[in-house]
Design a protein around this ligand. Structure first.
Ligand SMILES: Cc1cc2nc3c(=O)[nH]c(=O)nc-3n(C[C@H](O)[C@H](O)[C@H](O)COP(=O)(O)OP(=O)(O)OC[C@H]3O[C@@H](n4cnc5c(N)ncnc54)[C@H](O)[C@@H]3O)c2cc1C
Length: 490
């Protein structure tokens, strides 16, 4: 040990947070009421030179080119509440009136997505009858499925993956061309291994055998919006973004942390038990003592930090959660080079097309933010996720070529972009494979042997930003409670 970070062990409780993504930042924010007064000492360590993880926006073209999330659901209260607390409610923007709905690419054409989920029986039946996406036989099979799913609801207990359950009710065509691309827009996990409990809140309640598993540590059920209407007099849009780009959120959050010492470019390499407390070892040779720890990193990263000395069952379970490298290519093109009308939010590209992209977001048509007004439009292509156990992600130049190949096929764009940026997120998104919930529970149960070590982030209770923020805040609240600190009731 060549040095140490932090104060004496007999002072106020010391908390270390590993990871400066949205989960780690949210945990630090939750502890601010005590860290600002010195009642708790908080250090946050982030390996990268910036906070936010995949929440990144390129503004250099005059557009907000999102490299990670471009939106979040406001019916889950944790993130919209945080936006309000940070004074960002006035920056909330919604989808343009003119850009309702996404399209699906099949057989060389773009098709409107028939609303099946979240609408009544007759609306679903009408939309299926009129859709151009499915063949006549496929439509009949879906109509039968709408009845079948009432008789044999989908099991959400994690016993059978979602794909086979949907296939046996709605047929292969609807799963391959409708359900898979729709759900892949939320989760990268292939539908035939996807855990139904992970997406149960997205399915109509009348389709499922059991109520959705309650999201444990902080995930909140949809529908209980803590609206920002109180602060701004306006209801937030259902899907919201931020006018200055999504990266403005982690940036504002980290600037607002006045009681937390944020150490950027500082990688943690091991967490060790030291009597009844802990010691976090850093890559630069320093170490820091801690009475409480939030591991706001991926499952495998948490397993590495716990190492051989950690609770074996916890490290095994955490290490088992596969993660997908995700590559997003942001492009600015001349409007005159786009041969189709941009009247939706974007296009989903099913795996069955064999194309190398999974989706295209029509960023400048989708979001209600000022346009540079110079005849250019902003798009972004998601490359198709690759099985992390089978292949390495493409290089930047390969990624651009793959994105352009996708744009050529799906939108007929031949001309080169005027601006292009590649966002490569190594192992950014966990796969919620069948058995995920049990694996997480096993890890948490085993980790209870190390009291006051909390797990937070997108590996556990949902990958969406509201879930992630909720998990960070909940982890911090559990630690605070362990130190006898209880927030005042609001
Ligand atoms: C391309 C893409 C699009 C997405 N779109 C959406 C969307 O539209 N809406 C939505 O709600 N969600 C979306 N998501 C999901 C959401 O962005 C993520 O789930 C969320 O940002 C993850 O936050 P996190 O804090 O759990 O993890 P991360 O942000 O990955 O944070 C973990 C941090 O820990 C750091 N770290 C790792 N190991 C160490 C170590 N040993 N020492 C110190 N630091 C370490 C990492 O550098 C990283 O910064 C998207 C994700 C991606 C990748």
């Amino acid at each position: 040990m060549t040095g140490s970070v932090g104060g004496p062990a007999d002072g106020p409780p010391r908390v270390v947070i590993v990871g400066g993504g949205m989960a780690g930042l949210a945990a630090a924010w939750e502890l601010e009421r005590w860290s600002r007064t010195g009642e708790v000492v908080v250090d946050l360590f982030e390996a990268m030179p910036r906070v936010g993880g995949p929440v990144v926006t390129d503004l250099t073209s005059g557009f907000a080119l999102e490299g990670g999330p471009d939106s979040f659901l406001t019916t889950k209260p944790d993130l919209v509440g945080l936006v309000e607390e940070l004074g960002l409610a006035d920056s909330l923007i919604g989808v343009r009136e003119t850009a309702r709905g996404a399209l699906i690419f099949r057989a060389g054409r773009l098709h409107r997505i028939p609303p099946l989920i979240g609408v009544g029986f007759w609306s679903a039946a009408r939309s299926i009858r009129s859709t151009t996406l499915l063949s006549r036989a496929g439509k009949l099979r879906v109509a039968l499925g709408v009845l079948l799913v009432r008789l044999r609801p989908i099991r959400t207990d994690d016993g059978i993956p979602l794909g086979p359950q949907l296939r046996s009710r709605f047929g292969h065509e609807a799963v391959d061309w409708l359900f898979e691309p729709f759900l892949a827009g939320v989760h990268s996990t292939p539908i035939d291994v996807l855990s139904p409990s992970a997406v149960a809140p997205l399915l109509p309640a009348r389709w499922t055998a059991a109520a959705a598993r309650p999201l444990p540590a902080g995930g909140a059920p949809p529908g209980r919006s803590r609206s920002v209407a109180g602060a701004t007099g306006r209801r937030p849009p259902l899907f919201a973004s931020l006018r200055e780009g999504m990266e403005s959120l982690p940036r504002r959050l980290s600037e607002s942390l006045r009681g937390t010492r944020v150490h950027l470019g500082t990688r943690a390499v091991a967490l060790e038990r030291e009597g009844s407390s802990y010691r976090l070892r850093l890559e630069d040779g320093r170490s820091v003592g801690a009475d409480g720890v939030v591991l706001a990193v991926s499952g495998p990263d948490a397993a590495r930090l716990l190492g051989a000395a950690g609770p074996a069952d916890a490290t095994r379970a955490l290490d088992e959660v596969p993660r997908t490298p995700t590559v997003v290519v942001g492009l600015v093109v001349r409007r005159e080079d786009v041969p189709i009308p941009l009247t939706g939010t974007g296009v989903l590209v099913p795996p069955r097309t064999g194309l190398p992209i999974a989706a295209i977001t029509w960023l400048s048509s989708k979001w209600d933010r000022p346009d540079p007004g110079d005849g250019r439009v902003a798009l972004r292509a998601f490359l198709r996720p690759i099985d992390p156990r089978e292949a390495a992600p493409p290089s930047d130049s390969e990624a651009v070529e793959l994105a352009r190949e996708g744009l050529r096929h799906v939108m007929g764009i031949e001309a080169p972009p005027t601006h292009c940026v590649v966002f490569a997120h190594s192992r950014a998104i966990p796969w919620y494979e069948i058995g995920h919930a049990a694996r997480v529970e096993r890890a948490r149960r085993a980790l209870a042997a190390w009291p006051r070590v909390e797990l937070a982030g997108n590996t556990y209770d949902g990958i969406g930003l509201p879930d992630v923020v909720g998990s960070g805040r909940a982890a911090a609240r559990r630690l605070a409670a362990a130190f006898g600190k209880v927030p005042p009731r609001s």
